[in-house]
Design a protein around this ligand. Structure first.
Ligand SMILES: [Ca+2]
Ligand SMILES: [Ca+2]
Ligand SMILES: [Ca+2]
Length: 315
């Protein structure tokens, strides 16, 4: 097997975070101009470009096709607007205002015309939790996806299906919502913890602790069948799926070392075979950010105070 090819996307000395990828375009937020802006990189042209350099803070970019979205604070640090940018027309537009999150919060996600986010409409995250809400860019309508009183988090969307981590049963489960039928359904309610779901087409994957350590499980929406993807005895975390490939961060090589040894591993759903991808130097072990086609994007520390955006092509 050939080695995975690692390459730099942005190594300019400052902080660059949370890359997301769709086909040949990678987007992220970075502060090389003294405040956080939204940047892009074209993998085919090997050149970077500016998406939004407003002098206030922009963060948490996401991308699907020609549409890039992010959280924008141009009206003030406590104002959370979601803005969009259309690469095909080179125009920026305001999508919606959301309430300032009161607790740990992950940025919005987008697929096609549907953008979704963790919503803190009631405030007081620790008491009321977050909901999942969205917006359809084509119909210009709001989507109240899940407003259950308990905590819902980490939503991802693919086509008509939204998945998220749901705490209504008190132990972390995977729930889903079908935008076409406007119906919610459970994907996994095992009594152990499940979370960090991702979806591509009919395949949902997540991190699962039913065996006493973190594993990766999957579910096929077309058959309604759940299946284990990796149940190795060490920690497997943060799975992502694109087409027929699942990737995750894996600690199986850490057993003899004081310092954790992080690898990316993958699984081919068609051939049902697992494969190592690459070892990487992570400071906090939260490197793996997004995955599309054959390309992983992640971020890593380089020297004092520089966080760089990296890419990795599967072997
Ligand atoms: Ca800015
Ligand atoms: Ca559970
Ligand atoms: Ca495991």
């Amino acid at each position: 097997m050939t080695a995975a090819e690692t390459f730099s996307i942005c190594t300019k000395p400052s902080q660059h975070y949370d890359p997301r990828i769709s086909e040949n375009i990678v987007v992220w937020h970075g502060n090389r101009n003294g405040n956080y802006d939204i940047y892009g990189f074209d993998l085919s042209a090997k050149s970077d470009f500016l998406i939004c350099i407003d002098e206030e803070e922009q963060e948490d970019a996401a991308i699907s096709g020609d549409i890039i979205i992010w959280v924008d604070h141009r009206k003030g640090g406590y104002v959370y607007d979601i803005y969009g940018y259309d690469l095909s027309t080179e125009t920026e537009f305001l999508i919606t205002n959301i309430r300032q999150p009161t607790g740990p919060w992950r940025g919005p996600n987008i697929d096609g015309n549907v953008t979704i986010w963790e919503d803190d409409l009631k405030g007081y995250w620790e008491k009321y939790g977050y909901d999942i809400r969205g917006y359809n860019l084509a119909t210009k309508t709001k989507l109240p996806i899940c407003v259950n009183p308990s905590h819902q988090a980490c939503p991802k969307v693919s086509g008509n299906i939204v998945v998220w981590t749901d705490d209504r049963n008190g132990n972390g489960d995977i729930y889903a919502y079908d935008l076409s039928t406007q119906t919610e359904f459970a994907i996994c309610t095992n009594e152990a913890y499940q979370g960090w779901a991702d979806i591509c087409g009919n395949i949902v994957v997540w991190q699962d602790e039913r065996n006493g350590n973190s594993d990766v499980y999957g579910y096929d929406l077309s058959t309604g069948i759940e299946f284990p993807i990796c149940t190795e005895l060490h920690e497997q975390v943060g799975p992502l799926v694109s087409s027929n490939i699942v990737v995750w961060e894996d600690e199986r090589h850490s057993w003899r070392q004081e310092k954790l040894d992080y690898w990316f591993y993958g699984y081919n759903l068609s051939t049902r075979t697992e494969f190592p991808i690459a070892r990487y130097d992570a400071i906090f072990g939260m490197g793996l950010q997004d995955f599309d086609g054959d390309t992983i994007v992640y971020y890593d520390m380089e020297g004092e105070g520089t966080w760089k955006i990296m890419g990795l092509r599967l072997p």
